[in-house]
Design a protein around this ligand. Structure first.
Ligand code: AMP
Ligand code: MG
Length: 417
């Protein structure tokens, strides 16, 4: 099965909203065995929408749209696509009652414009929206060409895709189709070319699966892709290939797919019955935010100190005022004193600290922007490292948080360095 994707909205053309819906749907469909052969974006204009849908129906005969199903005058998708299919709209009392009920649940009166959302084209199949008011629609002509309309709000779109549209499409592709599936092996602490060298022949592909190197702030992600296999065999190939990559770069791999290094560190500490504290200067709580973003972190993460100024480094963590005065805040001794102060004062077995210059100002010839000292402490042993990260302020802070977490991961997995 082949389809086209059309995302609708002026805000997408202007670049104020990033088209995450298109990317999300394309991924979900590849895993199902539906090929997205073309993706497009148009504004909210009636002619633009009608032309784009007509062309897609002529080319591919199958199109999914997102956006423009809201109640306001700039939401024209429903009316325009009904027109493309030559269908009139009528008020559907059951849908109207649902929209009304949703407002009653929220305890606000329903604005009159929401009646538009109960206007349904003749012969349309309604895709139920359990996460918002705008129902989705499926229109099909006598030749079997179809258009499925999903809402623009990503959370509503995702719910409707999973609950309503994917089951319909799964029925169309039939049993056991060939699918496109990917697996990502996540590495950190090593650059792209060094990693490629370490992987040797595997860098060119593993067991016939192409391999992509995707560098970003968390590290270099290695993405394996299987096309033209059926799902069970694709999964088995990906698992075997991922294991080969892990074995080739064991020190650098911290997980697969969406794994966050913060979660890996929490799991390791949980297993070893250790509790974490943080002492953050340049990252201002970023590590704490990453740890607490993971549900259930409270049994491992005690908390931490945002020791941004020398005053707080001294007062809350016990970093020597003379050291800070004579040597400044960005050096190995301060990083060590911060983590030792945090572990000692809060009574934790594991800690990490970060002090550095995230820029864009504040650099000096000896301590340029991007200089970060980090330290980690596990069960009485402290290690420290000085790094210079590249990127803007945000990237430097993210990379620093990742490096500190990785230092702890290595210590908890008993790696020598
Ligand atoms: P709409 O259904 O067109 O009223 O869109 C509602 C909201 O959903 C917009 O304000 C956008 O923030 C968001 N949105 C619409 N289309 C997309 C898209 N393709 N990707 C991500 N967000 C979107
Ligand atoms: Mg819109």
């Amino acid at each position: 099965v082949q389809i086209e994707l059309l995302t609708i909205g002026d805000e997408l053309l202007l670049g104020f909203t990033i088209d995450t819906n298109g990317a999300y749907i394309a991924r979900a469909l590849a895993a199902l065995g539906v090929a997205v052969v073309r993706r497009g974006t148009v504004g909210d204009g009636a002619d633009e929408i009608a032309t784009a849908v007509r062309e897609a129906l002529d080319r591919t005969g199958a199109v999914i749209t997102t956006g423009g199903l809201g109640p306001t005058a700039d939401d024209r998708t429903r009316d325009v696509i009904a027109g493309v299919f030559g269908r009139k709209l009528h008020r559907d009392d059951a849908i109207f009652a649902q929209v009304e009920a949703r407002f009653r649940k929220l305890g606000v009166p329903m604005p009159p414009s929401n009646v538009n959302q109960a206007m349904i084209p003749e012969g349309a199949r309604v895709l139920t929206n359990r996460h918002g008011t705008a129902p989705g629609l499926w229109l099909e002509d006598e030749r079997g060409r179809w258009c499925a309309m999903l809402p623009g709000i990503p959370r509503e779109m995702r719910g409707m895709l999973k609950e309503e549209l994917l089951p319909i499409l799964a029925g169309m592709v039939g049993a056991d189709p060939t699918v496109v599936l990917s697996r990502t092996v996540r590495t950190t602490g090593i650059g792209e070319s060094a990693l490629a060298e370490m992987l040797g022949d595997l860098a060119k592909g593993v067991d016939g699966l192409p391999l992509a190197f995707l560098p970003a702030w968390p590290g270099v992600d290695l993405r394996l892709t299987s096309a033209e296999r059926r799902a069970p065999s694709a999964e088995a190939c990906l698992t075997a290939a991922a294991a080969k990559l892990r074995a080739a770069a064991p020190r650098y791999v911290y997980g697969e797919d969406d794994t966050d290094l913060a979660g890996v560190v929490l799991d390791l500490c949980r297993e070893q019955k250790m509790r974490i504290v943080t002492a953050e200067s340049a990252t201002g709580g970023l590590i704490g935010a990453r740890l607490t973003a993971i549900p259930g972190s409270s049994d491992v993460f005690l908390g931490g100190t945002i020791a941004y100024t020398n005053f707080v480094k001294n007062r809350e963590l016990g970093v020597s005022a003379e050291l800070l005065r004579d040597r400044g805040a960005v050096n190995e001794e301060v990083a060590r004193a911060m983590v030792e102060g945090a572990c000692g004062r809060f009574g934790a077995e594991v800690g990490m600290s970060i002090t550095g210059v995230a820029g864009p100002d504040g650099g000096t010839p000896e301590t340029p922007v991007g200089t970060i000292w980090l330290a980690a402490r596990v069960a009485g042993e402290t290690r420290a490292a000085g790094k210079v990260f590249v990127g803007d302020r945000e990237e430097i802070r993210l990379r620093a948080s990742q490096a500190a977490l990785d230092m702890v991961r290595r210590m908890l997995t008993r790696q020598i360095t």
